[in-house]
Design a protein around this ligand. Sequence first.
Ligand code: OKP
Ligand code: ZN
Length: 316
Amino acid sequence: MKIVYSPKHKQHSPPFEIYDDVKEEYAEKPEGIETIYNFLRQKGVGSVISPGSFSMDNIRKLHHPAYIDFLKKRSGQLRKGEILYPSYFITDTYIAVTSGTYNAAIESVNIVLTGATGILDGEKLAYSLCRPPGHHAEERSMGGYCFFNNAAIAANVLSKTEKVAILDIDFHHGNGTQNAFYERSDVLYVSLHADPRFKYPYKTGFAEEKGKGKGLGFNINYPLKLKTGNKEYLETLKKALRDIAEFNPKYLVVSLGFDTYEHDPICDFKLTIPFYEEIGAEIKTLNKPTLLVHEGGYAVDALGEIAYNFLKGLSS
Ligand code: OKP
Ligand code: ZN
């Protein structure tokens, strides 16, 4: 298995987020990806490669040029150490732009596209260590720590001639990914996440959202109650995997968040570290070429072990 990694994400490291007008420490820290990367290397899992570079067209298919230009310009205007909380092209105020943000976000897309290229070349499994994450990024907006929608951009490339399923197992609903494919029948989006009545992104992720037009029936949400534990999670995951098996895609993209972990500092599920091996093993039963795309996960110290267990289940 190839692990795609780049140190450029460290250029994006805002010190604060703003939550209901109060400054809080920025939960989406560079240490998350670094912990996973170092742990897997130390365990000798996978072979690490650096991302290549790709045409901006891949991003332009998912994001409006005005939004891309805005992010590039505003990020480019900042000096090192300056932070901007934008007022436009944004869905919430958690997210901050720094001088390195645009470059890090572009590199994150390069990371996912390098993984996708491996899958198109016949690899069975690739792990794209994307940061910043992507599943909340919409056509014209950043939000929820996300700038460009890595998983959606990759799924769009993989779906040129084939059907693709996206399984989103981050704690939060991937509003950006859902929107990107809401009217398409060739890309199935299935998500397990915290009930949006109580948790971010609040506005989407309800079970009634099933797709539109040609896409009706190709969007499936499984909102789960707060404090969901291993057993209940597994039951729902099995349903989601049955949906995917029925759709029978050529490729699988997993939006892989580890913020479902019981001690995640900003989330409320109760999944235990050994349980991630079971999640991996369940996903493996689909037996599809699979691109793993990192999303959230804020209990920095546990992320290495969680990722290791997940991969153990997926590859054994
Ligand atoms: C991004 B991803 C804590 C509230 C932060 C934002 C959640 C963004 C999650 N101060 N809420 O899907 O993991
Ligand atoms: Zn999340």
